[in-house]
Design a protein around this ligand. Structure first.
Ligand SMILES: [Zn+2]
Length: 440
């Protein structure tokens, strides 16, 4: 493939953290980044190269939404202002029981993909039923995804019992092996909905298959006490005994941590997937991000599903993560802008085991790139590019998105999805879900 040059006023490679290149070019050949070089050297090095000039934009690596349930976009705003268990038991689970199937997941994931691509997200770590449908939907849109193989000790439309969750999950894993855009992770729902034997089994399989374990953990008050009642032990002790507490574990939420728990999580190499909007909205608690970061824990950012956020906006989530870390720790120096940007990009890649492929703009990596227009009133003047990205920028400033070197979002639309049709299907599903809520 002959190389192309993407030209932008600034390039933020993310690795090394905090670096901003001005008047540089990003050279891309096929699906990969070849190099980053000063614009002044371009003509000498690549005299006839095809150039795409993005003007006063900044190029950044695509966001990695480290935790979401994309199909739940159809349940955005269905039930708000409730505590976690009432929200789940009275609204989300009954709706899922009645409606979730392949067509629901297709329509919901398409809606989420349209929203995520437009906001500069190029990869998402998903946990939902019918991951086979999620995988195909993302891949057809040209978007990268890590699809969860769900495990929960409740029957759903996806599987009857834990055995069937495993067998169906493993089938999905096999099916996506040939898809360069999709990988898998085990996605046990939570310690309180998954059995000991299922955890032990997935710990062994995850090692064999070399995949992460993506788990809601210590999300809200009561989880520790309930675990002590039900299992006679703290969830972290239980997971450690079952072989789950280690560097394969992607622990979502983690709002209920003591100092000793934080030391333990750091020692075990657990990754924390931080979802600040969802935690605040459900009043679950606050993840001690500053203290975890100080201990060297890898923290990535996720939006959670749109039913508890209610957006899939990684700019908003990144900003909130930075602000909340400062407010909660009382330290304005906690999680500076460059660290927040790392959490939304390279740290997600690291958690997902994709660090050598995506998450930063470096030679040899896949060209998952986002152009963000900074030359607008909202982000002028540009004193500090990374500060503007984290503290001032909105997702509407994303002008173009590439995954593996191919444009997937341009001129306000996803390239491989018809956004009007996606919106029509979302409206139809919205109507059905509302009617069924009213009839209950
Ligand atoms: Zn979640």
């Amino acid at each position: 493939m002959s190389p192309r040059a993407l030209l932008a006023r600034w390039i933020v490679p993310v690795n090394p953290e905090g670096v901003v290149h001005e008047h540089h070019a990003l050279i891309v050949a096929g699906e990969r980044i070849v190099e980053l070089l000063p614009r002044s050297e371009l003509s000498a090095r690549y005299p006839d190269i095809e150039r795409e000039d993005l003007g006063n934009s900044v190029l950044i690596p695509g966001f990695i939404n480290a935790h979401t349930h994309s199909a739940m976009a159809l349940m955005r705003g269905l039930a708000d202002d409730l505590p976690l268990m009432r929200w789940l038991e009275d609204h989300i689970w009954p709706t899922e029981q009645r409606w979730v199937g392949p067509t629901f997941v297709r329509a919901g994931t398409e809606l989420a993909v349209v929203e995520m691509l437009a906001g500069g997200t190029t990869c998402f770590n998903d946990n939902y039923f019918f991951p086979d449908v999620t995988a195909v939907t993302a891949s057809q849109a040209g978007m990268r995804a890590v699809v969860g193989m769900p495990v929960i000790s409740l029957p759903t439309a996806w599987a009857e019992n834990e055995d069937e969750y495993f067998s169906r999950g493993l089938e999905v894993h096999q099916a996506v092996l040939s898809d360069p855009l999709v990988t898998t992770a085990f996605a046990p729902h939570a310690p309180y909905t998954v059995s000991d034997s299922a955890f032990a089994r997935m710990a062994e399989l995850a090692e064999e298959m070399d995949v992460p374990i993506h788990l809601h953990l210590l999300e809200a008050k009561g989880e520790v006490e309930n675990s002590r009642k039900q299992y006679g032990k703290h969830p972290l002790d239980r997971l450690a005994e079952l072989g789950v507490l280690g560097p394969r574990l992607l622990a979502v939420h983690m709002t209920q941590l003591t100092e000793a728990d934080m030391d333990r999580v750091a020692r075990a190499g657990v990754h924390v997937l931080h979802c600040p909007a969802s935690n605040l909205k459900l009043a679950s608690g606050i993840c001690p991000v500053a203290a975890l970061d100080a201990r060297g824990v890898n923290i990535a950012i996720g939006t959670d599903g749109a039913a508890s956020n209610n957006t899939l906006d990684m700019f908003a989530e990144m900003r909130l993560a930075a602000l909340l870390a400062k407010g909660a720790s009382g330290d304005p120096e906690a999680i500076p802008a460059a660290r927040a940007l790392s959490m939304a990009t390279i740290n997600g890649a690291r958690a997902l085991g994709l660090e050598d492929q995506i998450g930063s703009l470096e030679a040899g990596k896949l060209a998952d790139v986002v152009a963000v227009q900074l030359d607008v009133a909202e982000t002028l003047p540009v004193h500090h590019v990374i500060s503007q990205l984290v503290y001032a920028c909105a997702r509407s400033q994303v002008s173009k998105v590439w995954v593996a070197g191919k444009a997937v979002y341009a001129s306000g639309s996803p390239v491989h999805l018809n956004k009007l049709e996606v919106a029509d299907r979302a409206r139809e599903w919205g109507q059905k879900l509302r009617l069924s809520q009213q009839s209950e």
